[in-house]
Design a protein around this ligand. Structure first.
Ligand code: C5P
Length: 234
């Protein structure tokens, strides 16, 4: 069954894993047809700070700030308060930090947003990195439980974790990273899945980075992934 362009676009986030706002802005301008959301990761945020959040939001994207906070609860609360006022729609915290840390992050984001008159970002708990192929089976349910108890609005996981995650936390927003079209280079993603697998498993948002940004022609690579999802083929 063919899906609508807007339905597919609403589920696609472009990971702009570059350390240069000029390069990031150029890619963002080229790829808006296919992606509703821009993910600012550690390189870009370390290089440019909050400026990248404002600049890329101004292009009309939802902003996903992927900083995976992981520290003592007080520090995470204070950092989250700063980040909560920037206007991002999603912000990541590492579930490995425990329930008190996650809760502190959720509270900090709300406080920061309230002070700035902004909508609070959705706190996403990173469950298990998609580069981590060795996590025992009990880790995913345990980290989802932390996310639920802390009041996070969603989580990040691998596509293969989604079936369990959707059963255990049906009301949370499920973000999938480690997406690779069939035959694409996997890089450091040991638990990669195709866009179609992630979609079929119920991903609410799919993060795509190097499969597009590392391609010789990023627009053609994005178009191919997008079209495959609209048609419903891998
Ligand atoms: O290039 P690629 O599509 O592998 O991009 C993956 C992006 O998703 C990176 O920015 C990485 O930090 C992020 N990420 C991940 N695995 C997670 C959470 C986030 O790869 N579990």
């Amino acid at each position: 069954m063919q899906r609508s362009f807007e339905e597919v676009r609403s589920k696609l986030a472009l990971a702009l894993d570059v350390d240069d706002l000029v390069v990031a802005t150029r890619l963002a301008r080229q790829l808006g047809t296919y992606f509703s959301t821009i993910k600012v990761g550690l390189e870009l945020f370390c290089a440019t700070g909050p400026e990248s959040v404002g600049a890329l939001s101004n292009l009309g994207y939802d902003l996903f700030l992927d900083v995976k906070l992981h520290d003592i609860p007080t520090t995470v609360q204070k950092a989250s308060k700063v980040l909560g006022g920037l206007g991002a729609r999603y912000i990541t915290l590492h579930a490995f930090g425990g329930v008190e840390m996650l809760r502190a992050g959720v509270e900090g984001l709300s406080e920061g947003a309230a002070e700035a008159g902004a909508t609070p970002p959705t706190a996403l708990a990173v469950t298990i990195l998609t580069s981590d192929g060795g996590a025992p089976e009990h880790i995913l349910p345990a980290r989802l439980d932390l996310a639920l108890r802390a009041g996070c609005g969603g989580y990040v996981c691998a596509a293969s974790d989604l079936v369990v995650a959707k059963r255990l936390a049906p009301d949370l927003f499920g973000v999938v990273a480690g997406i690779r079209p069939v035959g694409a280079e996997r890089h450091d993603q040991t638990r990669a899945a195709t866009p179609q697998e992630a979609y079929d498993n119920g991903a609410d948002l799919m993060v795509i980075g190097r499969a597009v940004t590392g391609a010789a022609d990023p627009v053609a690579a994005a178009e191919a992934i997008f079209t495959s999802l609209v048609i419903g083929n891998s």
